[in-house]
Design a protein around this ligand. Structure first.
Ligand code: ZN
Length: 383
């Protein structure tokens, strides 16, 4: 496996060669390594750029999404010119422009229970740069089954988390989160917002852990959860223990193959039957409006979002003000209440609050104003 460095490589990686902890051996390990990156978004952008610059030989990129203008506030691997193109193509272009040593393998697909093991099998380690619970559980379980390190990061508003799951030495994602949160209870970044710089900080912690694991140096975040607060500018560290009763990595595992993660996270068919809230499509909503049906129509987004885009006829009651608006809505307890937000998560939570107060006919607009803009009225701006 000994291969001589080219003169270009000797110069390119000279600052690594000087570090005794890395040196020629470490750089050779990096060049021979294969890293699978799930997601080429906020976290994936800085991770991919820095790992490519560091000389990681093969980067697998899994992302089925296309670049959108609203991504560019934080997803720094993409550019204005790449809006509308697949993220994996856009990322490959930037990586190749920076370091031709890096072999990019593109997977413009969604990672699923059917393909996860095949995707991950050939890689040395996995970096989780996703933003949804089903994919996190799926990635974690698959990594436990294949005994691959899974470098975890998550971001929300001004807060970030990072750790390394390595099931032979420490906990897995399920040891940390045995149960997924109820659907709609944890807002996504699209709903809750995120400081554009935040994924840079967390992503680079993940990239640092990847390099350490690949070269075999330092003390990793296995068994430690790093908690970052950008507003207070603090890093705290929580000890994480492997849960002996973990259904996947514990002593007597009960889950031994990949499952249906959408269903596990309550997002699959029947997942919303637990409450009386009915989902309707934007087409059904349009039909109801056109037919002149009687209902209370509320928009639970924030005022700034209402200024960007609105559906005519909807009354703005931001999610946080629902409790104080209940008295006002009380008169309509027996009328149908239809709620919408940006994508459908916050409106579901608003309706759950109303349900708890005895409201009966509750309807959620699936996909929110974003779907409305895509399917019904393209004059409504998307954001
Ligand atoms: Zn576990």
């Amino acid at each position: 496996m000994e291969k001589d460095f080219t003169s270009e490589q000797l110069t390119r990686y000279s600052r690594h060669f000087i570090l005794p902890e890395i040196g020629e051996d470490g750089q050779r390990k990096l060049l021979n390594s294969k890293v699978l990156l799930i997601g080429s978004g906020g976290l994936g952008s800085p991770i991919a750029l820095y790992l490519a610059a560091a000389g990681v030989g093969t980067l697998g990129l899994v992302d089925f999404d296309k670049v959108d203008l609203s991504n560019l506030q934080r997803q720094i691997i993409h550019t204005n010119d790449s809006i509308g193109t697949p993220k994996v193509d856009s990322a490959e272009k930037r990586i190749k422009a920076m370091n031709p040593d890096t072999n990019v393998v593109k997977y413009p697909i969604k990672i699923t229970s059917e393909n996860a093991l095949d995707l991950i099998r050939d890689y040395d380690l996995v970096i989780d740069g996703t933003d949804n619970f089903p994919t996190r559980y799926l990635t974690s379980d698959a990594c436990v089954f294949l005994n691959k390190p899974n470098i975890y990061g998550s971001i929300f508003r001004f807060d970030g988390l990072a750790t390394v799951f390595k099931s032979d030495e420490g906990p897995c994602y399920r040891c940390l989160y045995p149960e997924p949160p109820p659907p709609g209870m944890v807002p996504s970044c699209a709903e809750g917002g995120v400081l554009g710089i935040l994924p840079g900080v967390i992503g680079l912690i993940q990239a640092t852990e990847a390099v350490k694991l690949l070269v075999g140096i330092g003390r990793t975040l296995v068994g430690r959860l790093l908690v970052y607060d950008a507003l207070q500018m603090t890093f705290r560290e929580l000890k994480l223990k492997k849960d002996p009763s973990c259904p996947v990595c514990g002593t007597n595992p009960t889950i031994t193959k990949l499952i249906d993660y959408e269903q596990f996270c309550g997002l699959g068919r029947g997942g919303s039957d637990q409450d009386n809230i009915r989902d309707i499509t934007v087409e059904e909503l349009k039909h109801k409006i056109d037919a002149g049906e009687k209902f209370v129509f509320i928009d639970v987004r924030e005022p700034f979002e209402y200024q960007i885009a609105k559906i005519e006829g909807a009354k703005l009651i931001p999610l946080g003000t629902i409790p104080e608006s209940i008295a006002e809505l009380e008169a309509f307890k027996d009328t149908e209440v239809i709620a919408h937000c940006h994508h459908g998560g916050r409106s579901r939570r608003a309706l759950q609050m109303l349900q708890a107060r005895g409201f009966k006919k509750l309807t959620n607009v699936a996909g929110g104003i974003d779907q409305w803009s895509e399917k019904i009225d393209s004059r409504v701006p998307r954001y």
